[in-house]
Design a protein. Sequence first.
Lengths: 271, 381
Amino acid sequence: MMKNRSAAAPFAVWMLLFTIVPLGVVVWFAFTDAAGHFTLDNIAAIQGHLGTLAYSIALGALATVICLFLAYPLAYSISRKTERVQQTMVMIIMLPMWMNFLLRTYAWMTLLENNGLINRFLGLFGIGPLGMINTNGAVVLGMVYNFLPFMVLPLYSVMTKIDSRIIEAAQDLGSNGWQIFRRVVLPLSMPGIVSGITMVFVPAVSTFVITKLLGGSKTQMIGDTIETMFIGQAANYNVGAALSLVLMVLILLCMAFMGMVDKDEEGGLVV
Amino acid sequence: MEKEIIKLKDIAVSFDGEPVLSGLNLSIRDGEFVTLLGPSGCGKTTTLRIIGGFVTPDHGDVFFDGKRMNDLPAYRRPVNTIFQRYALFPHLNVYENVAFGMRVQKKSREEIKKTVGEMLALVNLKGFEKRGVNTLSGGQQQRVAIARALANNPKVLLLDEPLAALDLKLRKDMQVELKNIQKSLGITFIYVTHDQEEALSMSDTVVVMDGGQIQQIGTPQDIYNEPENAFVADFIGESNILDGIMHEDYLVEFFGRKFPCLDAGFGPKEPVDVVIRPEDIDIVSPEKGHLTGTVTSVTFKGVHFETIVDFKGFKWMIQTTDYYEVGRQIGIVLNPEDIHIMKKSAYSGMFGDYSSYSEEFDELADPEADLVQESVDEENI
Ligand SMILES: Nc1ncnc2c1ncn2[C@@H]1O[C@H](COP(=O)(O)OP(=O)(O)OP(=O)(O)O)[C@@H](O)[C@H]1O
Ligand SMILES: [Mg+2]
């Protein structure tokens, strides 16, 4: 017992410093006014931002779904390759992640701008210029591009554990390609789907850099709103904290829901 | 029973340029229990995978019921496989594992329920329906794999070393169970093993393989009593294999002495391999023997003593229920039925001499504990 307790000590310190204290500060700000008195006004003020919140969730969800559909076949085909090919392919997927996040997003800006690379290229054929920058599409594109690896990696890591003999067994028992997918690969990759969705949806919902750079002034997500609450003239730490808190609760609810889906799937097609 | 159900014709396969099977011809009758027997890496699994549809041969044809099925994908073949490591579905419980094939075929709920019940009863797993397969013991998982394959009502069942992971006792029990299942359902079994005892006791037909080629096909008795070459003689049971010369029909010479035998049809003075099984040799006093030699080592094996005897520098293994101590001079008598003649082959001279025989080596090959009595190499004294 003694041994266990001392081994847990670093975690306790870590949790206190980086989880409990910051969370306490956020909660404190969310439920007090500028003078430090208890109030529910900040929570009530969220009503004015419900539209932005819903909009963020919609864009985040869209980006997550696109990531899932792109990443799933990609991860599956990687997982069926030989080990060395797998390593190389994963490396290539990871490579852009090692480049600065801002740089990557700026790069998309210069590509999508009205006199950006794509439009100039299209211009050669007399097409355009297309208004691509400062649209919802550009924001979703930015999210998908930046967060795709977070979907691929968890999917890949569960799929690579699916023994190819199990797939052969399913074939042996009469399953065609679709049935193998539905009855074996999909249920076995469910944990990867759940963690992939969580890992993409959470940063996508709360992003503000991508909206700022690719969405222009028209699009504003909850991340941008929260940002304005902490810097600039309209700064209001208390409302900002309340918004962050609500966003966090929403994300926790989503994750709890996904966790339930996962459990259901693992129980399988019980009679 | 006599109808041919599967035929492999002139099959050749290579992986990465390495030939794995070549010139493989095999015909299997409906309802037969066929065993592929051979050392590790000889191509048994590959042969099974060709029948199952998981490996496409580079050359040759696979027939099922007289129809060529080279291009039929695995999921449409009327065969089911019990894989070398079971390959149960980890996300499904026992019931759903067994029901898998029927669910794919969209069988009715009632039919599935009935069949799964029957199958689980057959393999003695009633009451395990709701258990996750990862919570089962090896033997139980094995039986789920059997039930899962049988629930599809296959015409042919392919079994790839299904009992290799089980302990000796369980393996023996399962051998009996499998044989009973095969008999009562009348299914063709193609069974892979590298355990010769298992092959001999269960099969109607044994196919001995080595180096990607079939060495001999025959009944267990044929394979044991009439091995076709030195490899088969050595791989199945123990054998003393000597160089001999066939003088005429029914007369062979070895160790400078002529012996009457039961084999015929060789050319005059044709060099041959002579096989003498250790259990067929009768020990007598030196003066009464056809040959005399000196005991160099004795190992107690339970039912018999494994006695190594030096005859003019060539060491034989003799299995005897009597104890002859090391250093003792003995004589042996060879009756015509104890002598089996084989044509010379690529394997001649590679097997059947117990000069390099050592106890440690034997223990590696034989998991059952030996009681080593004494081991003295006479030449070293
Ligand atoms: N997919 C593959 N790629 C490359 N080589 C392979 C492949 N499958 C089998 N081999 C090779 O083919 C040979 C025969 O393999 P196979 O699995 O048929 O042997 P086996 O008789 O079943 O052996 P064991 O008793 O060890 O299971 C081996 O040398 C093996 O390394
Ligand atoms: Mg094998």
